[in-house]
Write a protein that binds this ligand. Structure first.
Ligand SMILES: Cc1cc2nc3c(=O)[nH]c(=O)nc-3n(C[C@H](O)[C@H](O)[C@H](O)COP(=O)(O)O)c2cc1C
Length: 179
């Protein structure tokens, strides 16, 4: 049944502000195609199911890492700790991937993808489903290997800025900063 007038169009600026009020963790998604390591900072991540263990990431088509995952069908999600903010900044830059990995401390997972050292942990995934959605691609990954890392405070993202948790019950919001 019609409820009368159509709703007014969504205000893009309000929508962006509102989405910024959804706080998240921060990860670095890595992939590898032969000698090429690639990676980008991602906060559009969620755990999908326990049986089978699966996760979802939303990647922009514009990112250099996206076609690497599309080619290989493999990726890893590395959960950043609060003291790894520089890594988040590094992997959010659109620079050649060699620059992102220069001097980075990492080890190879069971699929050969780079797993960043010093994180809270990593999951290695095989792409189970891909759903092209507007300018992004939603990738559902079945977890093939998991590693627990440090039991440390997480890096958080809120209001387009980094935040970090002190202990487990106090949030310190960073200064406003566009990503
Ligand atoms: C905190 C933060 C979260 C981000 N989350 C995502 C995301 O979920 N998906 C995405 O496609 N890009 C995200 N980005 C942007 C990418 O990290 C950025 O476009 C990066 O330069 C892509 O690198 P690449 O082209 O080398 O793959 C995020 C950036 C920041 C700073």
């Amino acid at each position: 049944m019609s409820s009368g007038n159509p709703p007014p169009p969504v205000d893009a600026a309000v929508f962006r502000t509102l989405m910024g009020r959804w706080s998240t963790g921060v990860s670095v998604v890595t992939a590898r195609d032969g000698p090429l390591d690639a990676g980008l900072t991602v906060n559009a991540f969620l755990s999908v199911s326990l049986t089978p263990p699966s996760v979802l990431v939303s990647l922009t088509r514009d990112a250099d890492t996206t076609p690497v995952i599309e080619r290989t069908g493999l990726f890893a999600v590395n959960f950043l700790a609060a003291d790894q903010r520089p890594l988040s900044e590094r992997f959010a830059r659109q620079v050649p991937s060699a620059e992102k990995f220069a001097g980075l401390s990492f080890h190879r997972g069971s699929t050969g993808v780079a797993l960043v050292d010093g994180t809270l942990g990593s999951v290695e995934c095989r792409v189970a489903q891909r759903v092209p959605t507007y300018d992004h691609i939603l990738l559902v990954g079945e977890v093939v290997h998991e590693e627990l890392g440090r039991d440390a405070p997480p890096l958080l993202f809120f209001r387009s800025a980094y935040a970090d948790a002190e202990g487990s019950d106090r949030l310190h919001l960073g200064t406003r900063e566009k990503r």
